[in-house]
Ligand binder design. Structure first.
Ligand code: NAD
Length: 378
């Protein structure tokens, strides 16, 4: 089969779904690979490097879609992109079926087979190598700290210099899932004092092992809502949490928020009043900006200054590290392709006996197969 890699069309998107190194490995699995000219430019992968890896470089999207049996993408396809996909072909990339019901109908109408990388059952340890949500969240958490450091007017680490003694920056991380843990590790490596909080108490040890201090909310309530994800907390818990966050806002220089609850708007954790209480020159990076924001004053996609505090609401943190994110995403898709092509014969076997494959197949030959039945875990 021919795997086609188009240039991403979303505004500002710099990632590409396949990097040259992975092209070579796909060819070893028996596939042919075609890349749209310029697809990797924004991530520093030139057409020539794809050619050297054995890919064909096609002049435009129309030519590519007309030939591809399988399309590898990063972003959710637009209606124009779906229109170009060949009937009966296979699409692999982010889809978010719950948020995109119309798109799901369009994909089914074209008799496609669609593997949504965002629907991978992450609980399966076997699925980790394919988990693009984790690899992208890790990069975003790292980049959030870099954005914070860039907007902050001081060092992260404490220093004693001839020109004066400088205290370390204090960083507070709200939400210690994949992105939050990456942010904790990065900020600690830069020498900051790092504190973190999560409603799921079980992450406390992970926070500590990365060099952070876990700050508890003074209220007993189980925070796990199943599958390792969070739930909406009671009013009582939320009030106690607000009191603790208000205290952290006064003490800390940088707040990075990452809190999400599946299927719900992001919890509001940082109020305008808390922003106002922060020291001038402080920074907030709100990683939940796209899901409504953890901070009341966040503007999605922008960095704004409110009450002397820079509030960064960028929604493209992974794309801002395009070479790294393209490489890891591309490796995740390669691992998935290996699972789909055990015979190394350049064909895809979408095997519903395999829990991981079943979970992420949202359309099979035109039939909507999402949502997958719940996993039976031992
Ligand atoms: P996420 O992006 O859904 O949420 C980010 C964090 O915000 C979570 O830790 C959540 O508990 C926290 N949060 C939610 N509401 C909050 C609130 N009001 N206050 C403070 N914190 C709040 O989570 P994620 O990063 O995708 O990770 C979800 C879970 O999946 C984690 O347990 C992670 O370890 C697990 N996971 C497991 C695997 C695996 O087993 N292979 C792979 C990836 C992720």
């Amino acid at each position: 089969l021919l795997i086609g890699v188009p240039k991403e069309t979303a505004a500002g998107e710099k990632r590409v779904a396949t990097v040259p190194e992975v092209v070579e490995k796909l060819i070893k699995l028996g596939f042919r690979v075609a890349v749209q000219s310029g697809a990797g430019d924004a991530a520093n992968f030139a057409d020539d490097t794809y050619r050297a890896a054995g890919a064909e470089v096609l002049p435009d999207a129309a030519t590519l879609y007309a030939q591809a049996d399988v399309v590898f993408k990063v972003r959710v396809p637009t209606a124009e992109e779906v229109a170009q996909l060949r009937e009966g072909s296979t699409l692999i990339g982010f889809v978010w079926p719950a948020q995109n019901p119309e798109l799901m109908q369009q994909l089914a109408a074209k008799k496609l087979t669609v593997l949504a990388i965002d629907c991978l059952p992450r609980q399966l340890s076997r699925a980790q190598k394919m988990d693009a949500l984790t690899s992208m969240a890790g990069i975003s958490g790292y980049r959030a700290v870099i954005e914070a450091a860039n907007a902050f007017g001081r060092f992260f680490n404490g220093q004693v210099t001839a020109a004066g003694k400088i205290p370390p920056a204090k960083v507070f991380i709200a939400g210690a899932g994949v992105a939050g843990l990456a942010a904790i590790g990065t900020a600690a490596n830069l020498g900051a004092i790092v504190r973190a909080n999560d409603t799921r108490a079980e992450v406390a040890d992970q926070v500590t092992s990365l060099g952070g201090e876990f700050v508890k909310v003074d209220y007993e309530e189980e925070g796990s809502g199943g599958g390792g994800y969070a739930k909406v907390m009671s009013e009582g818990f939320q009030a106690a949490q607000r009191a603790m966050y208000a205290q952290q806002a006064k003490e800390c220089d940088i707040i990075i928020t990452t809190a999400l609850i599946p299927g719900k708007p992001a919890p509001r954790l940082i109020t305008a009043e808390m922003v106002q209480s922060m020291k001038p020159g402080s920074v907030i990076v709100d990683m939940a900006a796209e899901q409504g924001g953890n901070c009341e004053l966040t503007v999605p996609g922008e960095a704004v200054v409110r009450h002397g505090v820079t509030i960064v609401g960028y929604t493209d943190l992974a794309s801002r590290l395009a070479k790294q994110s393209s490489t890891l995403y591309s490796n995740n898709l390669l691992r998935l392709t290996e699972e789909l092509c055990k015979a190394k014969d350049g064909q895809l076997n979408v095997n519903f006996e395999d829990d991981a494959i079943r979970g992420l197949t949202v359309v099979k030959a035109g039939e909507v197969t999402w949502p997958a039945p719940p996993l039976k875990l031992p």
